[in-house]
Ligand binder design. Structure first.
Ligand code: NDP
Ligand code: 8X3
Length: 257
């Protein structure tokens, strides 16, 4: 393992997490990347090792599985416990319904992943950062946590919770010198809509028609910028949308011809 800094990224098998991993590797950071899809995770790790002179450790776990999260993180080799930045990125929306028509499984998936998953990982890594008296936690929220929209209910609530937990972390981490940033992206073209729409590729593609949405690299650039400010500076809250989006509801789209 080289002696550069280490970043831990959850949800690195696609979208934002994958771009964040490549971006930090490009700048010489060692990586701990996690996700559930082992073969994807290993392929990404191999590609990064081939392209960049950095060390990559893969941890395959479901952030909802508290025992698996605890076991994987607590048994990290000593060198890998020197985590400079944690990006709590793993998350998802599942389904698009009013509350009265909501699917209980969708609700559990979102609440358990976006809120409890983020807490599970943070709970294990925070003591390591406190021990070193330094570190930076970057939580991926959403504009959905700032403004509720029709049929967004539970997803919006989970991202409002990420916002609230980021504020709470900022208070708890203050005496320990650990920075906390919450980044709230608007609509970005990743696998997000495919997952939300339960695999309906046509409907997912439609979400991004008529405008240029954010791409994963936009978010990776913002995370890298936040993580590389001078030691005394913290970017607390970052809202980032494409030029075509004012909030989760208002878009300026070109009409289809
Ligand atoms: P993707 O679907 O492309 O990526 C989601 C990542 O999260 C995958 O790597 C997936 O890995 C991982 N993940 C999901 N559930 C779990 C779980 N239970 N345990 C471990 N890993 C999990 O979507 P995005 O990159 O767009 O999403 C990343 C984050 O950004 C999410 O928190 C999302 O809510 C948020 N966001 C997305 C926006 C968008 O428009 N795209 C806008 C605002 C916020 P695997 O399936 O291998 O486990
Ligand atoms: C994802 C962005 O607006 O689809 O968090 O909820 S939105």
């Amino acid at each position: 393992m080289t002696s550069s800094k280490t970043i831990f990224v959850t949800g690195a098998t696609s979208g934002f997490g994958k771009s964040i991993a490549f971006t930090f590797a490009q700048h010489g950071w060692n990586l701990i990347i996690s996700g559930r899809r082992t073969s994807r995770l290993e392929a990404i790790a191999d590609e990064i090792r081939e392209q960049y002179n950095v060390a990559v450790l893969t941890l395959c776990f479901d952030v909802r599985d508290r025992d698996a999260v605890t076991q994987a993180i607590n048994t990290l080799p000593h060198d890998w416990k020197q985590i400079d930045v944690l990006v709590n990125n793993a998350g998802l929306a599942s389904g698009v319904n009013t509350i009265q028509e909501g699917d209980f499984n969708d609700w559990d998936r979102m609440i358990d992943t976006n809120i409890k998953g983020l807490l599970n990982v943070s709970r294990c890594i925070m003591p390591m950062m406190i021990h070193r008296k330094k570190g930076h936690i970057v939580n991926i929220g959403s504009v959905a946590g700032k403004t509720v929209y029709l049929k967004g209910n539970v997803y919006c609530a989970t991202k409002a919770a990420v916002d609230a937990l980021s504020q709470a972390m900022r208070i708890d981490m203050l005496p320990h010198g650990i920075k906390v940033t919450c980044l709230h992206p608007g609509s970005a073209e990743t696998e997000f809509s495919l997952v939300r729409l339960h695999g309906d590729e046509k409907a997912a593609a439609k979400i991004y028609e008529g405008y240029d949405p954010l791409v994963a690299q936009d978010i990776a650039d913002a995370v890298y910028f936040a993580a590389t400010r001078p030691e005394h500076v913290v970017l607390n809250d970052i809202v980032i949308t494409s030029k075509a989006q004012a909030n989760p509801y208002y878009f300026h789209k070109q009409s289809a011809t």
